[in-house]
Structure formats: structure tokens, C-alpha cells
Design a protein around this ligand. Sequence first.
Ligand SMILES: Cc1cc2nc3c(=O)[nH]c(=O)nc-3n(C[C@H](O)[C@H](O)[C@H](O)COP(=O)(O)OP(=O)(O)OC[C@H]3O[C@@H](n4cnc5c(N)ncnc54)[C@H](O)[C@@H]3O)c2cc1C
Length: 401
Amino acid sequence: MISAGRAAERGKRVLLLEKNKRLGEKLSISGGGRCNITNAEQDQHTLLRAYGKAEQFLYSVFFQFGVKDTFSFFESKGLPLVVQARKRAFPNTEKAADVVAVLKRYVCDGEVEVLTGSPVTRIHAADGAITGVSSGTKTYHATDYIFATGGVSHPETGSTGDGLHWLAKLGHTVLQPTPSIVPLSVKEEWSKKLAGVSLSFMKITFFVDGKKAFSETGKILFTHFGLSGPLILNSAHKVVGLLEGGLVTATIDAYPHTDMGALGSRIVAAFDKNKNKALKNCIKEFVPDGTARGLAEIFAESIDITKKVHSVSKEERKQMVHLLKALPLTITGLMGFDRAVVADGGVPLTEVDMRTMRSKKVHNLYMTGDLLHVSRPSGGFSLQLCWSSGFVAGEHAGGSK
Ligand SMILES: Cc1cc2nc3c(=O)[nH]c(=O)nc-3n(C[C@H](O)[C@H](O)[C@H](O)COP(=O)(O)OP(=O)(O)OC[C@H]3O[C@@H](n4cnc5c(N)ncnc54)[C@H](O)[C@@H]3O)c2cc1C
């Protein structure tokens, strides 16, 4: 939409073919429906470093349309942005639908011809150029073509990987996508009992075959299949590598800022207050909010939780402290593309002229967004890549006039 709108703004005649009945399906579920539209990091170097190996390739694109441009683009169209924790920027209405509406208006104001419910089913090419695209029985011809068909995550939104398939046929390398910002599935039932509980300041440590790999601290969301939340989503790309190396386990430190002694005293204090209660009814007094049910299950594996707290031994209290400092989990894998926020994979940036987003293999083809092989963290970086690459493609497609 941003490519089409920009090309139209430059006076080009533009046709936008969309497979779905509505424009912007994925955008409308982004950020849990709030749309984390960009990352408000103002320092371009710091911002681009978040894109890892792609950093060097992205300067030219972001120079033409960067974070500041995203702010002015949406704000000038009546949608102010607000910056929240970790520099994540959202529309001030916190409604992804409002972002879609701005882009629809942009496209409409430029008199782009929009055909929804029109999946492109075939690309015609000859002599290193595209000669037409077919949708059903109709074939359309143009000077230049922009592929903006997305990747493969959440295929129900329309991103079924069609563009990646076409690009491979046109001679591009297409790196196999792995879901990169994605929840983890775990084996243990106790953690599934915590589904819906979100805990800040947790420390998770990952191990391969019992050997420590890495630790991160942040917010964890327990789900009915395993673990999610920013800390987990942003660790997933590292866990991919670990899963290839052996059995991956993890421990969660529920109180990373409290040492064992202080935690032991906390349990003793809770017991003193509840002398005649059964242990299972007192657990909520010394575990993080919302976790008592799940943690009762894990304590019950080694301690009789039906006994009164006054008969819990010192050794058993120690065991509980150890568990709270290292809740054990077995990571069975990454959730699939259906739950991924972004998948990497796609065309390597070396095959694209990054000043224009034009293919180096097919001279009248441009590509944008999730079609590009760029790993990035969550926090608005994916959509910023879409705005930047999309705008630049629209700036150059159809010639310089
Ligand atoms: C659940 C979820 C939440 C997310 N939240 C955020 C967030 O808050 N912030 C952020 O920065 N990123 C977020 N992302 C990532 C972000 O949404 C994507 O990076 C972005 O939408 C990619 O844009 P795109 O234009 O490349 O592709 P898409 O948004 O996938 O759009 C591709 C379009 O092409 C159409 N299409 C595909 N094939 C054809 C065909 N053959 N013919 C015609 N049309 C076709 C599709 O129907 C679709 O409308 C999220 C992703 C998901 C899945």
C-alpha cells in the first residue's frame, strides 16, 4: 500500500492486486491489534544495528525513508504516534485498524486502482524482465512490478509465500525461512497451568545437554502450549541454534533479584503467619502472583503439599527455594509459522539494489518487506522495514519522472 501510494503520488498509474477481500489483514492484527508501527530509536546507527547482518545494506533505504519519516507520514495524515516502553511506537488510538485506514486513504487519494479478491496466480517473464501478471483469466501488463506479498508467517492473513515461490522461479536465491520471533513449546504440564499469567523481571537460562548456553531477563508470558512474551520471542532465534545441538532445557529464576537466604526467610515468614494451614493453601503467599496453582504441582513432585506448614522440614523449604530459583523446563521446539510474528528467510539483500529496492536479476521488478531476508527483533522493526523498503520501491518504480 505504501509503495502503491507513493508511486501514485509521483504521478504514476498504479494497479494494486490483493488476494484478500480486504487490504492490510496482517497489519490489522499486528501488535495484538494495537500495531507497534515503528521503533522510535532516533539514532540511525543504533536503530540499524538491530537488523544484525543487514545493517550495512539498509543505510540507503532508511536514509530515504526512516523512522522520522514514518512519524511525519502518519502524523501528517491525522494519526499521531505515541512512544511506549522500549521505544515502541504505536498510533495514539492504539488501533491497528487506524493504520490500515491511513494507508487505504493514501492509496485512494492517489487514485490507485485497487482490485481486492484478486490473487496473482501467474508471473509471465522473458529475457530477464516480467512481461505480465495473471489473476484468474485476466493478465495485466506494466512497465514495472512491485512484489509486496509478504513472507510465510500467519498464512491465514494472506501471506502464503507466493512471492517467494515466484522469486525463486525468476532466478533469485530464496533462503529457507525459519520462524524467528516465535513462542517456545515446552513439555512440562505445570507451566501450562499458568496459561495467561505474565511475569516481569524473570530470568531464564537455557542449557544444551545440561551445559549453560545463555541467560536473559525480562517478561515471560505463560501460554497453554509453553512460553511467550517479549523475552521469549526475542530469544527464539538463538534457541533455534541450540535445538540443533542437543536436548534443550531451561530454568526460570522467579526471583532473580532475591538471594536464596532472603527467599528462605520469606517462606518462613509466610509459614509463621499461616501455622495451621496446609502447605498447598499457603503457597500463594511466597510465589509470584498468579503462579500458585502451577507451582503447587511442581512442589508436589517432591513434597507432600497437603501437610500442615508447621510440619514442612527445613530440607523441604530449601527444596522450594531451589525450585523458585530454577524452575525446570524442557524446550520441545519453536511454535510454527502459524504463531510466528516474523519469519526471516527470503531474498538475500545482495541480490537487490538497495538504493531502489530493484531486483538485480529482473530489471523491472522491485520487492519489499517480508520478502527480504532480514532478521530483526520485535519492537516495531519489521513494520519500519516495510515502510522504508515500500516507500523506496514506490519512489523508484516506473522510472525517474
Ligand atoms: C501476529 C503478528 C503481529 C505482528 N506485529 C507486529 C508489530 O506490532 N510490529 C511490527 O513491526 N511488526 C509486526 N509484525 C510483522 C509485520 O506485520 C510484517 O513484517 C508485515 O506485515 C510485512 O508486511 P509485508 O507488506 O511485507 O507483507 P504482508 O503484511 O504479509 O502483506 C502481504 C500482502 O500480499 C497479499 N498477497 C500474498 N500473495 C498474494 C498473491 N498471490 N496475489 C495477491 N496478493 C497476495 C497478502 O494477502 C497480503 O495482504 C507482526 C506479524 C504478525 C504475524
